[in-house]
Ligand binder design. Structure first.
Ligand code: ADP
Ligand code: MG
Length: 322
């Protein structure tokens, strides 16, 4: 089973940023209100995520590292109406197969917490510990037992960039939750709970605020809210382009095209628009299970979605006289 875990790990975990994504999603699924991320050496040496969520009982903590041990699908039907982020029960098992992991966790009702250490899928120690409600997971020496993978990692600068991208996506998707990110002792982000507009500004800088044009639309197929950057805020590089569907960051070249089409004639040549767009659709009308890292999804009615999005943005741009 250790081999199966290592193979699965290759699918789920490509780099430190993938670990961060999985751990953050677990904290959010556990209803955390405050989430701290601490990394060392771009996450190659240490990735730590501390949350104040529900925590786990001793039994659940032991279980959580078993492959396909997910507490999130109770019946097969749940697969079609996913509200939580995780649903494959693979992340922790995969991570534990390729790193030194320490899990500390405590529920509201338990008096003491549980501390478990795992190395290459083997539990090496388990003891009671004193801590507040919540979970702290430390992932050390990623890929320590797969040198080829470890050597494949890019420079610290590049890997840190990936971590920051992942962190920002999750932080933008959940403006009501507070997040921090610390790298080698330097605090890179300290984000208080707030609304979408303020979260964008807190991440991308105070000047961003005046450049945002609100977008809002509600139809039977989709609810849209969020912001696009005024055309003069467009850039030569892609970057500040975010789609969230049901609070999940996704990539969609197709929907990106709809945004670009709405900006037609307004952008300088070769410039890309900025956007932070939050779509809410019936979970039954999407399929998120097409990729293990879950950044791509399939919509049942993508043509209508395209048209609605484009016209909503055109309308907003027109209203705000840009
Ligand atoms: P999945 O998220 O797909 O269920 P994971 O391997 O990511 O699978 O996690 C396994 C299980 O461990 C989760 O279903 C959840 O019950 C538990 N778990 C993981 N992280 C946390 C956390 N931060 N707080 C509470 N429970 C957690
Ligand atoms: Mg998960």
């Amino acid at each position: 089973d250790h081999v199966a875990n290592q193979i699965a790990a290759g699918e789920v975990v490509q780099r430190p940023a993938s670990v961060i994504k999985e751990l953050l999603e677990n904290s959010i699924d556990a209803n955390a209100r405050h989430i701290q991320v601490v990394i060392k050496d771009a996450g190659k040496t240490l990735i730590q995520v501390i949350d104040d969520g529900t925590g786990m009982s001793l039994t659940d903590a032991r279980m959580s590292f078993e492959r396909h041990a997910t507490s999130k699908i109770k019946i097969a039907d749940d697969l079609f109406s996913l509200k939580t982020k995780g649903f494959r029960g693979e992340a922790l098992a995969s991570i534990a197969a390729i790193a030194h992991v320490e899990l500390k966790t405590k529920t509201e009702v338990d008096e003491v917490g549980t501390c478990i250490k795992i190395e290459g899928s083997e539990v090496t120690s388990q003891e009671a510990c004193v801590m507040p409600k919540g979970t702290c997971i430390s992932v050390k020496n990623l890929f320590y037992n797969i040198p080829a993978r470890r050597n494949f990692l890019k420079s610290d600068n590049v890997e840190t960039r990936h971590v920051i991208d992942e962190f920002q996506r999750v932080a933008l998707a959940h403006p009501g939750i507070s997040f921090s990110l610390t790298h080698n002792g330097n605090e890179l982000f300290q984000l208080p709970p707030t609304n979408i507009r303020q979260r964008i500004t807190n991440i991308f800088g105070g000047k961003t605020n005046e450049k945002l044009v609100p977008v809002e639309e509600a139809t039977g197929i989709v609810k849209i809210k969020g912001f696009v950057g005024k055309p003069e805020y467009s850039k030569k590089s892609r970057g500040e382009q975010f789609f969230f569907v049901n609070d999940r960051f996704i990539k969609s070249p197709y929907l990106n095209h709809a945004v670009v089409a709405a900006f037609e004639g307004l952008l300088k040549e070769r410039n890309y628009p900025s956007y932070f767009l939050y779509l809410e659709v019936d979970p039954k009308s999407i399929d998120i299970n097409i990729h293990p890292t879950k950044t791509e999804i399939k919509f049942d009615d993508e043509h209508s979605l395209y048209a609605i999005l484009k016209s909503a943005i055109k309308h907003s741009l027109g209203q705000f006289n840009v």
